[in-house]
Write a protein that binds this ligand. Structure first.
Ligand SMILES: [Ca+2]
Ligand SMILES: [Ca+2]
Ligand SMILES: [Ca+2]
Ligand SMILES: [Ca+2]
Length: 122
């Protein structure tokens, strides 16, 4: 049977019964016809069965789970489990909240009403 041909005449040439000859079977033991993301890799042999393309930035993290679409998710300088690209956002958020709190405290002190001694009635 030529490679890629459908149902072989000899059933022994299709051990997983997916209509693909063993010599052309890309996913032995599983159905090559099941490919929910349509990328040509059978679901059982597709490392990212929900993604097409699988891993756009080639960092071994599937696109659907990728936290850093244009960066390497494996880079985690402080080893806290948060990729460096997300860490920058977190750091900026903490910095931003701290600055906002300081501004609010400062503005509250500036607006504190002064007691006018001349109008006192003692
Ligand atoms: Ca197969
Ligand atoms: Ca697939
Ligand atoms: Ca990726
Ligand atoms: Ca990434």
């Amino acid at each position: 049977m030529p490679a890629g041909s459908l149902k072989p005449v000899d059933p022994l040439d299709d051990s997983d019964n997916d209509t693909v000859c063993d010599s052309a079977d890309l996913c032995p033991g599983a159905d090559d016809r099941l490919d929910q993301d349509g990328d040509g890799a059978a679901d059982a042999c597709d490392p990212c069965s929900d993604d097409n393309p699988d891993d756009s930035d080639a960092d071994t993290v599937c696109d659907s789970a990728d936290q850093c679409p244009d960066d390497d998710d494996r880079l985690d300088t402080n080893a806290d489990g948060v990729p460096d690209c997300s860490q920058v956002i977190s750091t900026l958020s903490v910095w931003g909240l701290t600055t906002l709190a300081l501004l609010l405290l400062t503005s509250t002190k500036l607006r504190r009403p002064r007691i006018d001694v001349r109008t006192s009635t003692c």
